[in-house]
Design a protein around this ligand. Structure first.
Ligand SMILES: Nc1ncnc2c1ncn2[C@@H]1O[C@H](COP(=O)(O)OP(=O)(O)OP(=O)(O)O)[C@@H](O)[C@H]1O
Ligand SMILES: [Mg+2]
Length: 238
């Protein structure tokens, strides 16, 4: 397994207007691993992903993508550098078919990667096959979530930032998304997964980072977190 770093933040502060949301957040995601970013509602998970993706630029600190400093870069440049960001508000093109949503996003990765083609994406997301011609706006929440992840993969990113992919979905769809994330992990796809629900992450992620009130309060393996009742009760809603 490679130990190259996919993304890292070092000492980042993020403000929305005058309110400070992140306080010196540092984290690193190794290539080939699935890392869970856990924390309660409002802890700063989405803001951390947005900061890495360039959507909420830090006022202080460093963002790196594959070892390259990225602060001050616009989201499309960070995406080009290899970051596949799947935000919480599933952004599908409602007036385009499922297939067009996928084709619009097709490109090679930053190192010329071209693994993810329409055929491979349909193989990974068989649910989308019968929906090819359906308009993006006419999909269920779960189908939109699948399409958003699938579309991001079509850009052949070096890794994914997934913001609560299971949120608001029926249990059977949550289970499907869990299976999908396990398959991606087994393929060696790098993922930083923001989640409130530790149980969802237990058999998906290898490592866990916990954020609380905009600060990182814990990092270890997910197994260590599973057994740490004090950290779980202090920082996670269980
Ligand atoms: N656009 C915004 N303007 C001002 N404050 C914001 C904005 N977006 C989020 N916040 C605040 O920033 C803090 C962190 O929010 P963030 O969305 O990063 O949390 P989160 O951990 O993702 O929570 P959730 O589990 O609810 O998704 C919260 O206190 C939230 O109210
Ligand atoms: Mg969030």
């Amino acid at each position: 397994m490679s130990t190259r770093e996919f993304v890292a933040a070092e000492g980042i502060d993020v403000f929305y207007g005058t309110s400070q949301i992140l306080f010196g957040v540092s984290l690193a995601v190794a290539e080939g691993q699935t890392t869970a970013l856990l924390g309660r509602n409002g802890a700063g998970k989405s803001t951390t992903l947005k900061a890495i993706a360039g959507v909420a630029p830090p006022s202080r600190g460093v963002i790196r993508v594959l070892g390259k400093a990225m602060q001050g870069e616009k989201p499309h440049r960070i995406a080009r550098a290899g970051v596949g960001f799947v935000p919480e508000d599933r952004q599908v093109f409602p007036e385009h078919s499922v297939e067009d949503n996928l084709l619009i996003a097709a490109k090679k990765g930053p190192d010329g990667q071209d693994y993810w083609t329409l055929a491979r994406v349909y193989e990974m997301f068989p649910l989308l096959v019968p929906l090819k011609a359906r308009m993006g706006g006419n999909l269920s929440g779960g189908e939109q979530q699948m399409l958003t992840i699938a579309r991001t993969l079509m850009g052949n990113p070096s890794g994914l930032l997934l913001d609560e992919p299971s949120e608001g979905l029926a249990p059977v769809i949550v289970e499907r998304i869990g299976e999908l994330l396990r398959t991606l992990r087994d393929m060696g796809v790098t993922v930083l997964l923001a989640e409130q629900n530790m149980h969802f992450c237990l058999d998906i992620a290898s490592h866990a980072i916990v954020i609380d009130k905009g600060q990182i309060v814990y990092r270890d393996t997910i197994e260590a977190l599973r057994n740490d009742e004090a950290v779980k009760s202090r920082y996670l809603a269980l």
